[in-house]
Design a protein around this ligand. Structure first.
Ligand code: NZQ
Ligand code: ZN
Length: 385
């Protein structure tokens, strides 16, 4: 296993009714900005629960953060923060609201002239407002990690700072019951691919990380379809297992001490940036193609994946690897997720544009061995048609 330092200080309150824990987590004299998205929290009772928990706090609202949050929307929060002397942010939503709030937290205290430099120039974040989270859509892991992705003019770019990692996160599985099937599917697929990006690389004999990954993948394979099936979709144990899997898939634990890939994500971000395709749907389209293309590099781990996750024992090595990739595609289909570019209305004529964006964003040496060049990305995209 590789050397690593691991520190994830986000305090988690898991379970039904935990939203009231906000009350004791946010200092009583804080001036709080509740940040949310398009208003789903107003229709499903989450907003009311948050308001009740904040009844003794001074608080304000900023709403309208869109899926795949944009810089133009986020910077509007800065004036509200200034006007009301806000000193604590509470994000209530999915990955977009949480990521957007992380950017707002850093931008509010940014010393440079242009907060976009935090992303475009990787300007150092020296301070950020404290942030708490009420998670409403298990998927990204953003609720306990230090990363965020922000879009400006079709450029979807990541940044990370330990200063924007949430101080606490509320994980109440019951709030996920109002998600549409599509958002449930997106969440399961995103968590699955996060795990794969940190697991299907090359072996460094990291047994604990490998077994954790296999446990997460098997949980998602078992319970993902249950969250879509009519007779189990309201099952809170299913929702709880999915929620905890998604958090664990990207809180740093399974990625500590192992090589990491992320090629699927980086190519996927261009599909979202240019064509506004849901994040997770870009991943289900690309992952099978990435695995087939990189099967030589990933051989040992693909065989381990075939055996331990899918229990495939028949056939020679190549046949077992192919069967595991086919099983992965079947799982995405069972989750109602697309598995080809055609499924998301893209074709061969779009590939040049995607490659242009990858080049523009410096995504020319991807993967755990940094050997996914633009030519390889082209092969991956062509095989995903
Ligand atoms: O806007 P609201 O009203 O909140 O509605 C949202 C939105 O329309 C809705 N929703 C959320 N919770 C709900 C609900 N509807 C009903 N009931 C609920 N309980 O779902 C829609 C999608 O929400 P969004 O936050 O966009 O989804 P997700 O959590 O999948 O986040 C995606 C974003 O996270 C980024 C993605 O790139 C994308 O921008 N990612 C962030 C990562 C990170 N910070 O570590 C890693 C990921 O790989 C990913 O890149
Ligand atoms: Zn993701």
């Amino acid at each position: 296993m590789l050397n690593f330092s691991f520190h994830n200080p986000t305090k988690i309150h898991f379970g039904e009714g935990q939203i009231e824990a906000i009350k004791k987590e946010i200092p009583s004299n804080a001036r709080v900005l509740v940040v949310y998205g398009g208003g789903s929290i107003k229709n499903n009772g989450i907003f009311d629960q948050v308001a009740a928990a904040l009844s003794e706090h001074e608080w304000f609202e900023f709403s309208g953060i869109e899926p795949n949050p944009t810089y133009d929307t986020l910077v509007k929060a800065l004036a509200v923060i200034k006007e009301h002397k806000v000193d604590y942010l509470l994000a209530v939503g999915g990955g977009s609201v949480i990521d957007g709030s992380k950017f707002i937290a850093a931008a509010a205290l940014f010393e440079g002239d242009d907060p976009w430099d935090i992303i475009a120039k990787r300007a150092r974040v020296n301070a950020a407002l404290p942030l708490g989270v009420v998670l409403t859509l298990p998927a990204t892991g953003s609720e306990t990690n230090a990363g965020a992705v922000v879009t400006r003019n079709g450029n979807k770019l990541p940044f990370a700072s330990k200063l924007v990692r949430p101080a606490f996160a509320i994980l109440d599985p019951s709030v996920t019951l109002t998600l549409s099937d599509r958002q449930v599917s997106n969440g399961v697929v995103d968590a699955f691919v996060h795990t794969v990006e940190q697991y299907l690389t090359y072996s460094v004999n990291a047994k604990v990380q490998d077994r954790f990954c296999e446990g997460l993948l098997q949980t998602l394979i078992e319970d993902g379809p249950k969250a879509l099936a009519a007779d189990t979709r309201e099952d809170l144990e299913v929702r709880g297992n999915l929620m905890w899997s998604a958090t664990m898939a990207l809180n740093g634990l399974i990625g500590a001490g192992v090589p990491q890939d992320w090629a699927t994500h980086m190519i996927g971000h261009e599909l979202t940036g240019s064509y506004n395709i849901d994040h997770a749907r870009t991943l289900s389209v690309l992952l099978p193609s990435v695995l087939r293309n990189r099967r030589v590099n990933k051989r040992d781990k693909l065989l381990q994946y075939a055996q331990r996750v899918w229990h495939i024992t028949q056939g020679d090595d190549d046949a077992r690897i192919e069967q595991a990739i086919v099983k992965t595609e079947q799982f995405f289909k069972a989750m109602q997720a697309p598995t080809s570019l055609k499924d998301v209305d893209l074709g061969a004529s779009d590939i040049d544009e995607i490659l242009k964006k990858l080049e523009q964003h410096g995504m020319t040496a991807l993967g755990e061995k940094r050997d996914v060049t633009l030519d390889i990305s082209r092969e991956i995209l062509e095989a995903a048609l």
